[in-house]
Write a protein that binds this ligand. Sequence first.
Ligand SMILES: Cc1ncc(COP(=O)(O)O)c(C=O)c1O
Ligand SMILES: [Zn+2]
Length: 421
Amino acid sequence: MSAVVTEQETVREGAFGNAVALSCRECGGRVELGPSYACPDCFGPLEVAYDFPAITREDIAAGPANIWRYKALLPVPADIEESPNTEPGFTRLLEAKNLAAELGLARLWVKDDSTNPTNSFKDRVVACALSAARELHAKVFACPSTGNLANAVAAAGARAGIRTVVLIPSNLEQPKQVNSAIFTDSLVAVEGNYDDVNKLAQEIAAEEEGWAFVNVNVRPFYAEGSKTLGYEIAEQLGWRLPDQIVIPVASGSQLTKVHKAFQELVKLGLVEEKPYRIFGAQAEGCGPVATAYKAGVDAIRPVKPDTIAKSLAIGNPADGIYVLDITRSTGGAVEQVTDDEIRAGIVLLARTEGVFTETAGGTTTAVLKKLVETGQLDTSLETVIINTGHGLKTLDAVSGQVGPRATIAASYDAFEAAGLA
Ligand SMILES: Cc1ncc(COP(=O)(O)O)c(C=O)c1O
Ligand SMILES: [Zn+2]
């Protein structure tokens, strides 16, 4: 693993806020806060552990309308707002009455993260990773990505004035390539799928000094950013937890962190404890977690992705086993849908709620529909789905489904003749 911090430099007091250590998810062993991601004893994944002070809803409400309102619950310094970042978060929670009526749900909300600075939830995780990279004196801010992460890293690095290097699979959607290349001159298209790109990133991280790979060697800090989705949903519901939530799964990090956020809010006394069910959404063309869920097994067999949901195309998901744990223990499920269902999901959300989602959101919407139709979701309870990214980045997925109803001459007669009057 790379030594992000060089010998001459030290990490300042309070660099990681109320975080106290990195702890192993498998054996509970602790290591010092720093650029580590695997337990030295058992190689289990490390996550950030905290010693939280007492905190009130009023303290949080007094903060800015972005993720830093929860800075006391994140591994960031108290003066985080003084450093340029992309200031993501506090996106709208829309009550989706039309979609609820269409599917027969009592109440439904869409947490719309497509309105973040680079139009996906990845701005949240990248903001936290950037803070860690800065505090660890990283010289380069980098990532392997299925697309949205690349956009977020490139933009945040540009605003922070730090060099970025972004690795993507070479077959990525063109809009996602442009949305990275506009911010960085070091977008690298790698021949292979995401799992190949990820392997290359691990090699580079091991070779190079001073590189912070957001989802490799600073992954524990990065992953904490997804907790803010859980905090915001609870706060925007009036400081309460939803009954059911449907979350798309690629590596599985987001789903596990929304669960962690809900548990922290209960522990801190910010919301009342209640049962809630977490559901995961995958594409059939890359559904290793859904397949393991269905088979009732604990081990996840990696797959070679083949789906239009490229942002979810991780064949060997790092947090897959924790997704299985959480969905099973909360009474949820992991479901998967076909590419045609994903396209229909994108159109359904657009036509009912005026929200244009990318293929990941199409997967989530289609899985919501399937969960209702198969009786896995309780329609009498309150449900939230997360729209994690914007449809303008995956136009090709639906450009064959929708388009002009008619092409007519510029006259009223032609309009009438086309049956539109
Ligand atoms: C739009 C979108 N939604 C969901 C995900 C899944 O996130 P995770 O890897 O945390 O499961 C990704 C990951 O790249 C994504 O780009
Ligand atoms: Zn361990």
